[in-house]
Design a protein around this ligand. Structure first.
Ligand code: ADP
Ligand code: 2DT
Ligand code: MG
Length: 216
C-alpha cells in the first residue's frame, strides 16, 4: 500500500561516490529552499547521533571492527529507526534533503564482493522503507574525485574500492534517478538541482505523488 496520500513534503536523496559534492550541494539546496519559503531540513545517513549511529561511526573511523553482514544490518537499522520521524516530517509538509540513503547501503556492502553478500542479499533489509521521490546521483569518475585533493582517512575511502562502489551504483539505477554531471562547477550543478527540486516539491505539494516503498 502507499505509505501516504495528499499534500506533503518531498523526499529528496543525494547519492554518488565520495567527494562528488553531495554534502556541498545538499547544504546549498536546503538553504535555497528555505530562503524560497519551503519548509526543508537536511538529513544524512548514516545518522551518527543515535546509539546505532555511534557504532557505525566507530566502525567507519576504524575504532572498531564489526562483521560485514552485521554492519550492513546496522546501516539499515539506522534508516529504520528514523522511518517514523521521516514519515511524520513529510506528512507535516517538511521537505527532506537526505545525504545518502539505502542505495549507498547496498552499493558499499555489495562492492566488498563477499560470498553470500551479493546485491540481492544487500537490498533485503531496506526493502519496504519509504522510497525517495527523486535521487540526484552526482556522477564523477574516481580520477576526477581524486583530483579534488585525494580521499580522506575513513574506511572505504580508497580508489580501488570506490571504483567497485560506482559499478554497484550503476546497477541500482531506477526511474527515480536523475544523473548529474558532478564535474561541472558547484554553481552550475546547484542551478540544475534547484530547477529539478522545485518541480518535485511542487508535485508533492499538489498531492500528486503518493510516497512509495523501496524495492517492492
Ligand atoms: P561528498 O559529500 O560527495 O563526499 P563534498 O561535498 O564533501 O563531497 O566535496 C568534496 C570536496 O570537493 C570538497 O573539498 C568540496 O569543496 C569539493 N567540491 C565539491 N563540489 C565541487 C565541484 N563541483 N567542483 C570542484 N570541487 C568541488
Ligand atoms: P559520509 O558520512 O562521508 O557520507 O560517509 N555507507 C553509508 C555505507 O557503507 N552504508 C550505508 O548504508 C550508508 C548510508 C558510505 C559515510 C560512509 O558510510 C558508507 C561512506
Ligand atoms: Mg559528504
Amino acid at each position: 500500500q502507499a505509505v501516504q496520500q495528499g499534500p506533503r513534503g518531498a523526499f529528496i536523496v543525494f547519492e554518488g561516490a565520495d567527494r562528488a559534492g553531495k554534502s556541498t550541494q545538499c547544504q546549498m539546496l536546503v538553504e535555497h529552499l528555505q530562503a524560497s519559503g519551503v519548509n526543508a531540513e537536511l538529513w544524512r545517513f548514516p545518522d551518527r547521533t543515535t546509539a546505532i549511529g555511534k557504532m557505525i561511526n566507530s566502525y567507519l573511523t576504524s575504532q572498531s571492527e564489526i562483521d560485514d553482514a552485521a554492519v550492513h544490518l546496522l546501516f539499515s537499522a539506522n534508516r529504520w529507526e528514523k522511518r517514523e520521524e521521516l514519515l511524520r516530517k513529510l506528512a507535516s509538509g517538511t521537505t527532506l534533503v537526505v545525504d545518502r540513503y539505502a542505495y549507498s547501503g547496498v552499493a558499499f556492502t555489495a562492492a566488498k564482493g563477499l560470498p553470500g553478500l551479493d546485491r540481492a542479499w544487500c537490498t533485503v533489509p531496506d526493502a519496504g522503507l519509504p522510497a525517495p521521490d527523486v535521487v540526484f546521483f552526482l556522477s564523477l569518475t574516481v580520477e576526477q574525485a581524486a583530483a579534488r585533493g585525494g580521499y580522506g582517512e575513513e574506511r572505504y575511502e580508497k580508489a580501488d574500492f570506490q571504483r567497485k562502489v560506482l559499478d554497484q551504483f550503476q546497477a541500482l539505477r531506477d526511474s527515480s534517478w536523475r544523473m548529474i554531471d558532478a564535474s561541472q562547477s558547484i554553481e552550475d550543478i546547484q542551478q540544475q538541482l534547484r530547477e529539478q527540486a522545485a518541480a518535485v516539491v511542487a508535485r508533492c505539494q499538489r498531492g500528486a505523488a503518493p510516497l512509495g516503498r523501496l524495492w517492492e
